[in-house]
Ligand binder design. Structure first.
Ligand SMILES: [Zn+2]
Ligand SMILES: [Zn+2]
Length: 133
């Protein structure tokens, strides 16, 4: 099933042929700030399975830490995906999906960065930093 996604204003759209692995919630400070949200729910997609179908020229990026690039719609600010160019997967921000991938997050990572006013407990395994493996 091809998954479709887009930014808030609709200028940028993408297709993902398949999710590679699980979804997870990331509570790290960078996700919190770049999404202006409690957390980001992320999913990996193989580069060959990922395609920007509209608005590539409107994407802009921000290098949030050395070698990690976060791609945003320059019109509406939606954070669409992140990547480390040397890795085989891009990391979708699943809040931009328009298609239900039929998966749910299975863990919450970087809980050490979570904030009391954003505390969210959904009974998933939690890790203070990145999850092991
Ligand atoms: Zn947009
Ligand atoms: Zn994060």
């Amino acid at each position: 099933m091809t998954l479709l996604g887009s930014c808030h204003c609709g200028a940028v759209a993408y297709e993902a042929a398949a999710i590679n692995g699980d979804l997870w919630h990331c509570h790290c400070q960078t996700c919190r700030k770049t999404h202006a949200a409690e957390r980001n729910t992320a999913a990996r997609v193989r580069r060959e399975d990922f395609r920007i179908v509209r608005g590539a020229e409107l994407l802009t990026h921000y290098e949030s830490c050395p070698g990690k690039f976060r791609h945003f719609c320059s019109r509406c600010g939606s954070h669409v995906y992140a990547e480390r160019p040397e890795l085989p997967d891009v990391v979708l921000r699943t809040g931009t999906l328009d298609t239900d991938p039929g998966l749910k997050a299975v863990r919450a990572v970087w809980m050490s960065h979570s904030k009391p006013w954003l505390a969210h407990q959904d009974g998933l395994p939690e890790f203070p930093e990145a999850s092991p493996a």
